[in-house]
Ligand binder design. Structure first.
Ligand SMILES: Nc1ncnc2c1ncn2[C@@H]1O[C@H](COP(=O)(O)OP(=O)(O)OP(=O)(O)O)[C@@H](O)[C@H]1O
Ligand SMILES: [Mg+2]
Length: 167
């Protein structure tokens, strides 16, 4: 069956902190099809990094587990799902509050969800205690208006071409 999405990718990897960079770089590479600005790409990388780190530290509490990422593109929006089958979150509203952390002793600042929410357009958290957690984030990539450089390029090409109007 034809997907409603224009493009999709799925990743599955072990919950090791080395894989945090792999996840963030892979999602950024996929997102780059939408021609994001460097800043938009940095926002996506930061949000992915926070969600994946949460799976490793809180979901699996540093034990072995599998993290799944699914990314979809539709029009100029990227939808990123990051899921673990770890311990789950009892109180999602509390977990999302700025500065709330269940692990203050690990020097966590409790800002992960706040960062995801500020860098992405939408963040949705679903969780069942004992079964796991899924974070779904959306970001619309704003199409740049035509830049001055692009206009200059086109004008230069016209000048160089042997189009009769230029002779
Ligand atoms: N995947 C997850 N599985 C289980 N609990 C989670 C998960 N993600 C977040 N949580 C819970 O939500 C809380 C808040 O997460 P958040 O990312 O905002 O802060 P933090 O991870 O504690 O600190 P920081 O991200 O600033 O290092 C966590 O302390 C944890 O209790
Ligand atoms: Mg966190």
């Amino acid at each position: 069956m034809k997907s409603v999405y224009e493009n999709e990718m799925k990743l599955e990897f072990m919950s090791k902190s080395n894989n945090e960079a792999f996840a963030r770089i892979s999602v950024a590479a996929f997102a780059s099809q939408l021609d994001p600005t460097i800043e938009e790409l940095a926002d996506i990388k930061t949000a992915v990094s926070e969600a994946v780190t949460n799976c490793i530290i809180h979901g699996y509490e540093e034990k072995e587990g599998i993290i799944k990422i699914e990314c979809r593109l539709i029009a100029n929006t990227i939808i990123i799902e990051i899921a673990d089958t770890g311990k789950g979150i009892e109180n999602i509203a509390l977990a999302k509050q700025p500065l709330y952390t269940s692990k203050p002793n690990l020097e966590r600042s409790g800002m992960g969800f706040t960062i995801m929410e500020s860098f992405m357009d939408e963040v949705q958290v679903e969780s069942i205690v004992g079964l796991g957690t899924k974070v779904t984030m959306k970001k619309m990539i704003k199409k740049d208006e035509v830049s001055k450089e692009e206009i200059t390029d086109v004008l230069n090409q016209m000048k160089q071409s042997s189009f009769p109007m230029n002779n």
